[in-house]
Design a protein around this ligand. Structure first.
Ligand SMILES: [Zn+2]
Length: 411
């Protein structure tokens, strides 16, 4: 497991200009390495070193050897990732794959340092540059050293060093703990329902979601459709910029929501979510309705899951997945499945009179589905993911008493 923290060391002008020069040569070394790998169709570090090292040394005379090696390692990784991406694209759009630009680094790049080129002794940080090795006194916040102490095996793995937009030099220290194991909490199981109005609702009845998430999403949709209609060159450019803005907005929202969930005060041991693959399955079969499809395409829900899982792991909370079907149509009290019981965002059971928020009802069902699954299969199967059989039908039947109508979707 890895954690990172950013510090801003105070440096003299001379040191900053040394970093600027280092960055230039680092980018050059990276680009030369990529060119060599792509033209020779290789991803071997040893090959690259043999062929290109002397030439890089000539082109970047003052760049320390350690940093040439760092640039080389980053280049190999970048080319590997690029190859994977291109092979994927080739299957669908061969022409686009041909045009795909090879990875390149600009002069204003962020440099990756490894343990040979950056060291931290106490609060003294030193790292290589084109000129002298820079020495700076930094202070790492107490919460970080308390939470990730050396005694538990957290070691400095390297650092990313660059200059931000404000012109400050930042050092992003990367710590790694190879055998990190969190003790799992002993507490409640909480179900989470994801929806269009509230991004996440817990079975305790708490709603998580940005107040203006829908407004912002609607705004972007509107602007996008107008620009698409226009279709001029500048409109296309604007579209591209907007897609970046929207992406960052969604990422930020997902970070905020997953952080709130992971840092909950309650004694939560397991969060239960609907299974993503079954949702995709339903979408592919064209079973979901229009609103659901729109939301699925607009909200990066797999990104939310990813963030939730890693943030929860840190706090000893496990994330589990269950079958998503009928969770919004089933009554959480009497377990009767009836589509007609749901009216907008209320669930009013026609059989037992239970009335609650529809999303909370669904979240309770998700939690109960998980509990039932453990009880049915015994403790041994807790970690097994919910599986689909070869026919595409779920392996187990969902829990419920009666089925009065066929499900048409998830919401
Ligand atoms: Zn009921």
């Amino acid at each position: 497991m890895r954690r990172s923290i950013t510090v801003f060391p105070k440096l003299t002008d001379k040191e900053v200009s040394a970093i600027v020069e280092t960055r230039k040569q680092y980018a050059k070394a990276f680009n030369m390495s990529v060119d060599c790998l792509v033209t020779n169709n290789s991803t071997s570090k040893r090959f690259l070193h043999k062929v290109q090292y002397e030439r890089i040394k000539e082109e970047c005379p003052t760049l320390p050897t350690g940093l040439i090696q760092c640039a080389r390692d980053v280049a190999v990784e970048a080319v590997k990732a690029w190859n994977v991406k291109r092979t994927k694209l080739k299957r669908k759009h061969p022409k686009k794959a041909e045009r795909m630009r090879r990875p390149s680094m600009k002069e204003k790049c962020t440099m990756r340092y490894d343990v040979r080129t950056v060291t931290l002794r106490g609060s003294q940080l030193t790292f290589s540059t084109c000129g002298r090795r820079v020495k700076a006194i930094i202070s790492i916040p107490g919460f970080f050293t308390e939470r990730y102490p050396d005694s538990e095996g957290w070691k400095l793995k390297g650092a990313d060093i660059g200059i931000d937009r404000k012109g400050r030099v930042f050092v992003n220290l990367i710590y790694e703990c190879p055998d990190y194991d969190t003790v799992e909490n002993d507490g409640r199981i909480v179900g989470l329902d994801r929806g269009v109005y509230n991004i996440v609702t817990t079975s305790d009845g708490t709603h998580y979601g940005a107040k203006d998430a829908r407004r912002v999403k609607r705004k972007y949709n509107h602007v996008r459709s107008e620009l698409q209609e226009k279709g001029t060159r500048s409109a296309r450019r604007r579209l591209k910029a907007i897609s970046g803005c929207e992406k960052r907005f969604v990422h930020d929202q997902n970070h905020c929501i997953s952080k709130k969930l992971a840092n909950t005060d309650g004694d939560v041991s397991i969060y239960v979510l609907e299974d993503l693959s079954s949702m995709n399955m339903l979408r592919l079969r064209g079973k979901s309705n229009k609103t659901m499809r729109k939301w699925l395409s607009a909200w990066s829900y797999s990104d939310l899951e990813f963030k939730l899982i890693y943030k929860c792991r840190r706090n000893g909370i496990r994330v589990e997945f269950v079958d998503a079907r009928y969770t919004s149509q089933k009554c959480s009290v009497c377990k009767t499945i009836d589509k007609a019981s749901r009216k907008g965002n209320r669930y009013v059971c026609r059989h037992c009179g239970n009335s609650m928020h529809a999303d909370v009802n669904a979240a309770i069902n998700i939690r109960d589905n998980y509990i039932t699954r453990i009880e049915q299969s015994g403790q041994a199967a807790v970690n097994q993911p919910y599986g689909w059989s070869a026919t595409g039908e779920p392996a187990t039947e969902p829990v419920g008493k009666t089925l009065t109508s066929k499900p048409s979707g998830l919401s």
